[in-house]
Write a protein that binds this ligand. Structure first.
Ligand SMILES: *[C@@H]1O[C@H](CO)[C@@H](O)[C@H](O)[C@H]1NC(C)=O
Ligand SMILES: *[C@@H]1O[C@H](CO)[C@@H](O)[C@H](O)[C@H]1NC(C)=O
Ligand SMILES: *[C@@H]1O[C@H](CO)[C@@H](O)[C@H](O)[C@H]1NC(C)=O
Ligand SMILES: *[C@@H]1O[C@H](CO)[C@@H](O)[C@H](O)[C@H]1NC(C)=O
Ligand SMILES: *[C@@H]1O[C@H](CO)[C@@H](O)[C@H](O)[C@H]1NC(C)=O
Ligand SMILES: *[C@@H]1O[C@H](CO)[C@@H](O)[C@H](O)[C@H]1NC(C)=O
Ligand SMILES: *[C@@H]1O[C@H](CO)[C@@H](O)[C@H](O)[C@H]1NC(C)=O
Ligand SMILES: *[C@@H]1O[C@H](CO)[C@@H](O)[C@H](O)[C@H]1NC(C)=O
Length: 752
């Protein structure tokens, strides 16, 4: 429940202070890249353009889409192989293909269906051959071949059938099946495993075939109930064995011819996409892609790009699918058709991805003006929504495969984020929603060599976007607690509101990965901590520079505390969170545990967070974080700059461990020189150092109320830099300097 409180705190002020943006969905969910899978195996015959202009689109009941065409040498097809001769002496007219006069029953994207013919041989009661038939087909030289979707089926009780290229060439069969049985009682409906019925696969890509059926043992015993051997090639699963079929009469022949199609594969030409693209023969039109044919013959086909339909072989190519006709959006969302995709935008007051099988649209009431009750109500409603979305996330996480999981995390994280930052429409436009792919490419798949930092919240990688911009990508630790997700979202919320030259810029985020990613401008020169404490650099860190960095940080903090519409407390102020750019300008970073507070709230009661050594002792004892707690931490940063020592050193005795204690006692005993960084003693004006040291001491006052606020600190640092020392600041210093002495003794005891 403590995390619930945590959340409510965060949510209520946000909802109280801002109004809800209408177009949030546009910000986070537009340009959805999950297209619809409205794929049809008959897409050639869809749309307005299915034949060349002026060509008939039908032969009897058969639709003939381009690249096929009705009429021998009519010019309606792509080439004579695709000519369909239409014989009108039948009613309805029949369509035939090729020199073998194969009767065409259906034309699809990759295959055509041909009217079937069986092979059989029948014997009369005396054992004499009564009638026989074989089936042969010669597609040699054409772009057509027998599909391996066909199966060889044999029906009989003493029969076998071999699929060959020429008659009786049993040694070189391409498919073989044997069916035997002793009596009809052995047979069962639907079973085709060798007893009375047999089925076998055939290879792909055959063009010349000869199919016949023969007696196996001349067993006359079965003659009475099985006068014929019977065999055919047909689309797999189209045939189911019936016991009655064993008698082989004209109804079985009618069934074979009428309902069991033979499948033929087709493709364009014999060259694959690589070979044909960029030649004049290539015919795939707009919004379509080329795919290699998977038949043995080679060749290629065109298919419409995702979200498009129509005939890809004919100008003007494939047409946009209006997905909005498919009812894919939630009832509270408005569907907008986009080229190749669509967008579901939830109605005003509703949030979610708007999709029927996504999160849909969830109602979140608008906040009324600054009433606490409304705030509480909304806070709890949105908290429930957060909880709900988290629950949805958890359930889905368990159930879905990894890919789907990511997709849903996007929705859930996105939903939560959306609710949190719903108000900040004007700043949010700047936050870009990066795709996972983009960031993977940018960081070389999160290569270890790209790691530039690891911290409590996650790992930071250096990367480069395709436009050449250098970025830093923060990959959060595995998010499995509400707390952590809140911290992540909090950082997005806070940083999206801030635009200050000394605060690191958030460029965007990515919610579609398992853990959320934040994308920042890349700051090239490491941290202030590194500059102060990493002796190996040998970089001369001048007093002037230290003073400038201190002033910059103070100004950034002052901006956060005083210039934003509501105060933002950093709450984890330390040299590790101060980055330095190429000109060693300070950039404040890591806002994960920062908080915004309403103006009438002077402090936050929270679980104590922050970094030991920088923590305000008052906050530590009372759990009340105020703006002055940031001031204390900033004081520690000042002391670090003055002394070049770490806030907590492990090499000294217990009571000496705290840098603050050592600094304050040195100040007290008037021996500041003993603790200062040797680098700065030589090069700087003593007076300046003393002023900064006094300022630091005031920042470190145990009593928060006696510390200056950060704006005063920033002004004072600025004035030291410009050596102006305005009288206001001066008198201010005088005014409080007598108070601090008494509190110092007190504070020393506590800190030690
Ligand atoms: C086309 O696809 C539908 C759905 O996947 C399927 O039911 C139908 O049998 C297919 N038709 C052909 C000719 O492959
Ligand atoms: C073919 O068309 C005729 C009318 O031209 C119609 O009566 C018949 O049902 C159709 N057959 C099929 C299989 O669609
Ligand atoms: C149409 O079919 C009939 C009957 O099979 C045949 O006699 C005739 O020659 C065919 N016509 C054409 C143009 O193929
Ligand atoms: C198949 O047709 C081709 C050309 O049309 C011919 O050269 C070949 O001999 C035929 N094959 C058979 C087995 O009939
Ligand atoms: C048919 O009968 C013979 C001899 O009775 C037996 O060997 C054979 O296994 C039987 N075949 C089937 C398929 O039942
Ligand atoms: C086999 O199926 C036919 C038709 O569906 C049915 O009349 C017959 O009773 C079935 N025979 C057995 C043994 O199930
Ligand atoms: C074969 O001929 C016999 C007798 O002429 C006839 O009863 C039977 O239906 C025919 N079989 C087929 C498959 O045409
Ligand atoms: C099979 O078809 C022929 C002609 O197409 C027809 O005369 C015969 O009655 C049919 N047989 C059965 C059993 O339907």
């Amino acid at each position: 429940m403590s995390s619930a409180l945590h959340f409510a705190y965060l949510v209520i002020p946000l909802w109280l202070s801002w109004s809800v943006a209408n177009d949030l969905n546009d910000i986070f969910f537009s340009g959805s890249d999950d297209g619809v899978e409205v794929y049809s195996n008959m897409s050639l015959a869809e749309g307005d353009h299915i034949t060349k202009p002026g060509c008939p689109s039908k032969c009897g009941n058969l639709t003939v889409p381009y690249p096929f065409g009705v009429g021998i040498n009519s010019g309606c097809s792509i080439n004579p192989f695709f000519d369909i001769s239409c014989n009108a002496s039948f009613n309805p007219p029949k369509a035939f293909l090729g020199s073998d006069q194969l009767e065409v029953e259906g034309i699809y994207d990759t295959k055509i269906y041909i009217k079937n013919r069986p092979a059989f041989n029948c014997f009369d009661k005396s054992g004499k051959l009564a009638n026989e038939s074989h089936f042969s087909m010669n597609l040699s030289g054409t772009p057509f071949s027998l599909s391996n979707e066909n199966k060889l089926t044999v029906i009989g009780c003493d029969d076998f059938s071999a699929l060959t290229t020429t008659a009786y060439d049993y040694d070189n069969y391409l498919g073989l099946c044997v069916a035997i049985c002793n009596k009809t009682q052995d047979l069962s409906n639907g079973s085709c495993s060798g007893i009375g019925c047999c089925q076998a696969s055939i290879p792909k890509g055959l063009q010349v075939i000869y199919l016949e059926v023969s007696k196996l043992n001349d067993q006359n015993a079965v003659q009475s109930f099985n006068p014929c051997g019977y065999s055919f090639l047909a689309e797999q699963n189209s045939y189911e064995f019936q016991i009655s079929d064993i008698s082989v009469d004209s109804s079985l022949v009618n069934k074979t011819v009428g309902t069991l199609p033979l499948v033929i594969d087709w493709a364009i030409g014999h060259r694959n996409c690589n070979q044909i693209q960029n030649t004049k023969d290539f015919i795939c039109q707009g919004k379509s892609v080329c795919v290699d044919s998977d038949t043995v013959l080679g060749g290629y086909r065109c298919i419409c790009s995702q979200g498009y339909k129509g005939n890809p072989y004919l100008s003007p190519g494939c047409q946009d699918i209006n997905e909005c006709e498919y009812n894919l959006c939630h009832e509270k969302a408005i569907c907008t058709n986009l080229p190749g995709s669509y967008d579901c935008a939830c109605n005003h007051g509703y949030y979610g991805d708007g999709e029927h099988d996504g999160t849909g649209c969830i109602f979140v009431p608008s906040p009324t003006k600054n009433t606490l009750y409304a705030g509480l109500l909304i806070g709890s409603v949105s908290f429930l929504a957060l909880l709900l979305s988290f629950w949805v996330y958890k359930v889905l996480k368990r159930r879905k495969a990894n890919k789907l999981k990511q997709k849903y995390f996007k929705r859930n994280g996105g939903l939560m984020l959306q609710q949190q930052i719903s108000a900040h429409d004007h700043v949010l436009e700047k936050i870009r929603n990066f795709t996972a792919k983009e960031l993977e490419r940018a960081t070389d798949r999160f290569n270890e060599s790209r790691i530039i930092g690891k911290g409590g919240q996650g790992t930071v990688y250096k990367g480069m976007l395709s436009d050449g911009r250098i970025i830093a990508v923060k990959k959060s630790k595995q998010i499995d607690k509400n707390d952590q997700l809140a911290e992540f979202i909090n950082e997005v919320v806070i940083l999206s509101q801030i635009n200050h030259r000394n605060v690191v810029k958030l460029l965007g985020c990515c919610l579609e990965t398992e853990v959320p990613l934040l994308v920042y401008e890349f700051i090239s020169n490491g941290t202030l901590f590194g500059l102060i404490h990493d002796q190996s650099t040998g970089f001369p860190f001048s007093w002037e520079m230290r003073l400038r960095i201190a002033a910059e940080v103070a100004n950034a903090l002052s901006y956060l505390h005083h210039a934003t519409s509501i105060p933002i407390y950093h709450r984890d102020m330390k040299t590790n969170n101060i980055l330095l750019d190429e000109k060693y300008r300070a950039k404040l970073a890591d806002f994960g545990i920062s908080k915004s507070v309403t103006v009438d709230q002077t402090h936050l009661t929270t679980k104590v967070k922050g970094t030991f050594g920088y923590l305000d002792p008052e906050y530590f004892q009372t759990s009340k974080f105020t703006g002055k707690s940031d001031v204390y931490s900033f004081g520690v940063v000042l002391v670090e700059l003055l002394t070049g020592q770490k806030p907590i050193s492990t090499s000294v005795t217990e009571e000496e461990r705290s840098l603050v204690t050592r600094f304050l006692s040195a100040m007290e005993e008037n021996r500041l020189q003993t603790i200062l960084d040797s680098q700065i003693i030589e090069q700087s004006v003593d007076e300046e150092i003393l002023t900064v040291a006094k300022l630091a001491k005031r920042c470190l006052n145990l009593n928060g109320r006696k510390r200056p606020n950060i704006r005063e600190v920033a002004m004072e640092l600025d004035s030291i830099r410009t050596c102006e020392n305005p009288s206001i600041v001066e008198s201010h210093i005088q005014e409080i300097s007598w108070v601090e002495t008494e509190s110092l003794v007190f504070s020393e005891d506590r800190i030690a």
